[in-house]
Design a protein around this ligand. Sequence first.
Ligand SMILES: Nc1ncnc2c1ncn2[C@@H]1O[C@H](COP(=O)(O)OP(=O)(O)OP(=O)(O)O)[C@@H](O)[C@H]1O
Ligand SMILES: O=P(O)(O)OC[C@H]1O[C@H](OP(=O)(O)OP(=O)(O)O)[C@H](O)[C@@H]1O
Length: 249
Amino acid sequence: MTGIPDKLNFALPDGHLMSHVLPFIEGAGLGFDGYDETSDLNRRPPMRTESDTAKTLIQQPDRVAAKVIRPQDMPVHVANGNFDIAISGTDWLAEHRQRFPKSPVIEKLRMGFGKVRIVAAVHQDDGDNLPDFIESFRSRSGGEYLKIASEYVYLADSYAQKKNLHPYRVIMTYGATESLIPEDCDMIVENTETGNTLRKNNLKIIDTLEVLGASESEGCLIANQESLEIPWKKELVEGIVSLFENYLK
Ligand SMILES: Nc1ncnc2c1ncn2[C@@H]1O[C@H](COP(=O)(O)OP(=O)(O)OP(=O)(O)O)[C@@H](O)[C@H]1O
Ligand SMILES: O=P(O)(O)OC[C@H]1O[C@H](OP(=O)(O)OP(=O)(O)O)[C@H](O)[C@@H]1O
């Protein structure tokens, strides 16, 4: 079974993006009961239309089944049809597209919050830019592989190929990536908002990766293209998109 039958399955984020999504959906005129930052988070919050505009644009709110999951997991769930739409980040959509170029997941709307840069960072004493760093690394490494750690393994690999960093290896992490330099890897590809985490760990940004044509990642609404071929789902999704677009104006 994929998702709840006869419902528009809508994935909402927990973690960092949740604090941004909460004021956004409230401002747009929607409510999700129990979707808040308390320890009592309801992972299946029922959706309510609150504003008059929301009631006009979304005629069948009862057909929406929301579930709260991690943004990182969303693109693949949407691709598999477990969810029809989701609020994730363009970073995770880019990572998914890099991995599955023929994925049916499409971007419906960039939402303007949760902005982070995806950067290449190295030890602070290891050069000011990528060519300096590579020169310093090659001169001391004796032909060793460059070890690049990241949660974004496909973006990191594509970056390393584009910059011709061979020979290299990408090491997959599940967080705390900034702790790995210098002992366990030579470079990381990581997100950064304020830069505090990098500075605290004696790291320096030497490059910024492009994320779906932009210099920053941001929250975005994604959808399964095939779901939009079902008329009632398309109507609901377009209602939600219009509501969000009105709020962004
Ligand atoms: N300061 C931030 N740190 C990390 N991610 C952020 C930040 N601000 C916005 N984001 C975005 O939030 C999403 C986080 O996705 P993820 O699935 O890793 O969830 P999370 O549980 O919030 O992350 P974490 O494991 O860092 O707690 C990404 O799209 C990321 O770009
Ligand atoms: O540039 P900053 O403002 O410091 O924010 C970015 C950092 O915040 C997040 O880490 P988090 O603290 O959630 O831990 P994690 O590494 O386990 O994801 C993220 O993974 C970065 O490391």
